[in-house]
Write a protein of this length. Structure first.
Length: 129
């Protein structure tokens, strides 16, 4: 069920010009400005080369920039561009609206169950970090 929910939320952003995975990377980079591609690859459990390809595509779209690392000029750090920030805001707005519309369709008892499940699910997700 959670996989279907995630899939539906990813579909909501398709016409914004980014994939669900790209939106996730944008969100992660926003939360960790200055993160390196290697660190991001480790967090996402993928190869640095694979992550570099994803970053290249985001950079080509004008959503991410690579800046020299002030502590080590051989490395680069990632930051969102203004366009990347704007796309991420649209993604979040679209996903929130989609989810809010679906939640409004639920009867009060089901809505209460969803509300009660949020905290345990959040703890479960945090434990995986």
């Amino acid at each position: 069920m959670l996989l279907k929910l995630a899939r539906e939320l990813r579909r909501e952003v398709a016409d914004l010009g980014v994939s669900g995975g790209q939106a996730t990377l944008l969100s992660t980079i926003k939360a960790q400005p200055g993160v390196s591609a290697a660190t991001l690859a480790a967090q996402e459990r993928m190869s640095p080369a694979g992550m570099s390809g994803h970053i290249d595509r985001l950079q080509a779209l004008g959503l991410v920039r690579r800046d020299p690392d002030p502590a080590d000029r051989r490395r680069h750090v990632l930051r969102l561009t203004d366009e990347g920030e704007a796309v991420l805001r649209k993604v979040r707005t679209r996903r929130t609206a989609w989810l809010a519309a679906r939640l409004q369709e639920l009867p009060p008892d089901d809505l209460a169950r969803v509300d009660a499940a949020i905290e345990p699910l959040a703890r479960l997700l945090e434990a995986g970090d």
